[in-house]
Design a protein around this ligand. Structure first.
Ligand code: COA
Length: 373
């Protein structure tokens, strides 16, 4: 058995920022357009008028202040309300592969590893650009990596579940060096016209290099142990799939082909599930809560993270013990906890213990206990 270690991370951040105020101005203009176009039906009580969104609500309910997106213009156009994401020809690199390359090269540089040394690429994300060939295999080719690659999707938990798969293969010796990459183009599967969720997501890509610890030349994080758990729920769901063309109701623009959630229920059900999961995991490893120097949690909602941190530590965590990045990036699905880890893992000493934890649709929760080495 070999000891797996995380030796590098990389983050690709799109150039375009949308602030809450910009987002709300565009949404409200869209709502006004909708209400004017449907004035008769609204007056007759056949459909409901679209209410305005508000920056104060967004910040108070979620902690989000802005998000990065691949395309700002189409997303903010009140007559369009979705990004211009041009579908690539079969001869061009796909959009996910393109942003993955940037994050992977940053992670490889941080690890001091050449792409040719990688023998496993896992592309783990919430929504894939296509069914096959696997995006991971395209990334493997563009990087010049060896071995094999595949895609996996466990929604917001994709990164930690991917790390588990890679770490287990390294542990067994079937691979030496792996890249887990999370290209999250969430703007493509968010319904920007729905006030309840239009503020939630942002685009990003993260990458993590894992190696056998003995190979690592520089700073590393030993993967002490990983726990993944799932429990079926419909409260976060996206029905887009191979049944897309079979629309039994004949409606061309089905809302359920995008991200859907019952946010209140998710909040109430997931918070206790995650805090119990983390406490059980560290308990099994003989780690007391106050020995956790840092928690890099999934980034969906600040209040949710505050609850989880309080429950696990038994007190209000200091900001640097449980860093949030969602104020800048919004919810970036599986990438959120990895952005937090990549940007806020400095200042820890050899032997210090930290925990990455993702959670979301499925429901799913994945926790990774790391030791600084
Ligand atoms: N602007 C203004 N008001 C809004 C609004 C907006 N953009 N969106 C919703 N509201 C209104 C609602 O209509 C509701 O009005 P009502 O009380 O008259 O019915 C009120 O604000 C409260 O809405 P609610 O949906 O209950 O808000 P919330 O406090 O639960 O916050 C979320 C919403 C989504 C931020 C929160 O539930 C959450 O983060 N849940 C967990 C999400 C999660 O982790 N999902 C995983 C995704 S991968």
């Amino acid at each position: 058995m070999y000891q797996p270690a995380i030796t590098g991370t990389g983050v690709f951040t799109p150039e375009n920022v949308i602030t809450n105020d910009e987002l709300v101005a565009s949404f409200n203009a869209h709502a006004d357009l909708f209400n004017a176009e449907n004035a008769e039906a609204i007056a007759a009580g056949k459909i409901e008028a679209k209410p305005h969104s508000s920056s104060e609500f967004i910040f108070n309910a979620s902690g989000i202040e802005q998000r990065y997106v691949m395309d700002k213009e189409g997303t903010l156009d009140p007559a369009r309300m979705y990004p211009h994401l041009h579908q690539r020809s079969d001869d061009e690199p796909g959009m996910m592969a393109e942003i993955a390359l940037d994050a992977c090269h940053k992670a490889l540089d941080a690890a001091g590893v050449d792409a040719s040394e990688i023998d496993l690429v896992i592309c783990a994300a919430s929504n894939m650009e296509r069914a096959y060939p696997a995006v991971g295999i395209e990334i493997q080719k563009l990087l010049g990596a060896g071995g094999f690659a595949f895609d996996m999707n466990v929604a917001c938990s994709s990164a930690t579940f991917g790390i588990q798969a890679a770490a287990d293969m390294i542990r067994s010796g079937s691979v030496r060096k792996a890249l887990v990459v999370n290209p999250e183009i969430t703007s493509g599967h968010l319904e920007w016209r729905d006030r309840d969720c239009h503020f939630i997501f942002g685009d990003v890509c993260t990458a993590t290099v894992l190696e056998q610890a003995e190979d690592a030349t520089d700073e590393k994080w030993l993967v002490r142990s990983i726990r993944c758990a799932t429990e079926f729920s419909n409260n976060i769901r996206n029905n887009n799939g191979f049944l897309r063309r079979n629309r039994p109701d004949g409606v061309a623009d089905r809302r359920d082909m995008q991200f859907m959630q019952n946010g209140r229920k998710v909040f109430k059900e997931v918070v206790p599930m995650v805090s119990a999961h983390i406490l059980a995991h560290i308990g099994e490893e003989g780690i007391a809560p106050d020995a956790l120097k840092r928690m890099w949690l999934h980034q969906a909602n600040k209040t949710m993270n505050d609850f989880i941190g309080r429950k696990v530590l038994g007190r209000v965590p200091e900001t640097d013990e449980q860093p949030n990045i969602l104020q800048d990036y919004a919810n970036t699905s599986s990438a959120g906890s990895i952005i937090a880890f990549a940007k806020h893992s400095g200042g820890m000493e050899k032997g210090d213990i930290g925990l990455i934890c993702s959670f979301g649709a499925g429901y799913s929760v994945g926790s990774v206990i790391l030791e600084k080495a």
